[in-house]
Design a protein around this ligand. Sequence first.
Ligand code: SAM
Length: 231
Amino acid sequence: MEIIAHVQSPFSEKFGIPRQPSLVSAGEFAIEFEAEFSDPAFVKDIEQHSHLWLLFLFHENLDKGYKASVRPPRLGGNKKTGVFATRSSFRPNGIGMSAVKLLSVDISGDKIRLIIESADLLNGTPIVDIKPYIPYSDRIESATSQMAQAAPEQSLAISWSTKSVNQVAQLNSKYPDLSLLIEQVLAQDPRPAYKKNKSDDKIYAISLYDLDIKWRVDNDVCLVISVEKIT
Ligand code: SAM
């Protein structure tokens, strides 16, 4: 199998990445084709489709193996279920699939990029195939999922320290929608499932683009402490 493209996303580490693409709308996301596939012929008419399926490799986990049973966060992180009954990123063949909204096709020089609205993918994730989302077949109105019928609740409200407000104001011209992106990511409560609905003293950090964001949780309110460039 050949890698046809790589993902460009704000998520520079796994911690904090949303569990599905629809959970975040802010931030800049794109798919950049490898040289061999950077021929406009490959993407001719792709704008006729509003959404695409990305098939990709969970490349950060490929050397970490897999187990038949996993503990999905949706079940609180303490109940086991079969790996094939989940979207776990630790699976025998390490293949993931995300439906994303196509915003535009950017062809400049010999580079081709698909600009997409959002993704649940680490920066640099290798893409092995792209297919159009076909509504009459892929949208199944009668589908049910006892584990994940609806999007997870946004469990944290967000508040900002004066320091972080000033820092984001300075960064905003280079990182559009930065404060919204931080809020959307942190509202999901990226902490381990057993910490949900609990306060804790720990100061956490997530990386978005080349920024280090420090935060902590008290009474279901997440306080953004600082937003600094990683040096
Ligand atoms: N939508 C896809 C699916 O259903 O196959 C992915 C779902 S999976 C639950 C999403 C999680 O995979 C993210 O929250 C992140 O922790 C992890 N992830 C994203 N990109 C990855 C990568 N390149 N390698 C390993 N893990 C990754």
